[in-house]
Design a protein around this ligand. Structure first.
Ligand code: 2AM
Ligand code: CA
Length: 268
């Protein structure tokens, strides 16, 4: 007897196909001509014509495939629908990397229902990697199941973080990071929150922590990392919000919370 796919599975498929379509368009555009960039929240917070084109492509796709859903997008998409589903879209996460032609940028599309994050896809076009997940249905990279790294030793942990575009918020974080880097294997800063979350999910990183994100940076990667076995909270172990994100393999999560607490105050 065949059963129809769950809603989470259907939304995951939609997220994958729209992320792939928009990401491949942006990658082709990036390779074929000049970029026009303007700035947003600070002189180093950029938006290019491909951020806007990617968001337009995704919202047009959702208008056809999921016309009753709500939408929140980084480049201004805002639609109040009538269903219980809201899509959170980052048309290019890691725009600075995109601008500098570094490969760590992604299209991030996540769907939330009344219980929280339900499904999502994070597509990294320059690496040819499609991460996706749905609640209670696991996470994959290019169709292959992924899981977090087995590690219980914080001294062995490869840790990733990110800095806000607002220079005023960087000082406290820089001091915190200066302490943390002494206590772990090493530190990385890749510059795309959704990619960082997927790298924790696939065991390429043990820990990712960052403040001052938005929902579109978090939702898709949160589903994927959670389904891959990661624990995601704020810096003190409470439910995660975009303003403070700590995602890690379970064996180092409590120790990392203690390490953050011992490394200075937060910026929020
Ligand atoms: P973006 O590339 O879509 O702008 C880099 O640290 C990561 O955090 C990226 O995912 C970036 O998203 C996001 N980010 C950095 N500073 C931010 C800020 N002040 N507000 C929102 N998102 C930020
Ligand atoms: Ca973005």
């Amino acid at each position: 007897m065949s059963t129809s796919p769950s809603l989470g599975s259907q939304l995951r498929q939609i997220a994958e196909s729209l992320a792939r379509e928009a990401g491949d368009m942006a990658l082709r555009g990036r390779k074929s001509g000049p970029l026009t960039a303007t700035t947003k929240s600070s002189p180093i917070d950029m938006v290019t014509q491909f951020d806007k084109a990617s968001e337009a492509m995704i919202t047009e796709g959702l208008a056809t495939l999921r016309p009753d859903d709500s939408i929140i997008g980084e480049e201004g998409a805002a639609k109040k629908g009538t269903s219980s589903i809201t899509w959170h879209i980052d048309p290019i996460d890691g725009t600075t990397n995109f601008y500098f032609d570094l490969p760590m940028w992604a299209v991030s599309i996540g769907a939330v229902d009344e219980h929280g994050p339900l499904a999502g896809a994070v597509y990294v076009p320059a690496l040819g990697e499609m991460f996706s997940g749905a609640r209670s249905e696991g996470a994959t990279m290019n169709e292959v199941p992924i899981s977090v790294r087995a590690n219980h030793d914080i001294a062995d942990a490869l840790v990733c973080t990110g800095y806000s575009y607002l220079i005023s918020e960087r000082e406290v974080h820089a001091k915190r990071v200066a302490n943390i880097v002494m206590k772990v294997r090493d530190l990385r800063r890749f510059g795309a929150a959704a990619v960082d979350l997927c790298f924790v999910a696939s065991g390429r990183l043990d820990v990712y922590f960052e403040e001052h994100l938005n929902s579109w940076d978090l939702i898709a990667g949160q589903v994927i990392a959670t389904e891959a076995g990661a624990i995601i909270t704020d810096y003190v172990g409470n439910p995660v919000t975009p303003s403070q994100v700590l995602a890690s393999t379970p064996g180092v999560h409590a120790d990392f919370i203690r390490l953050i607490a011992a490394s200075g105050p937060g910026t929020s």
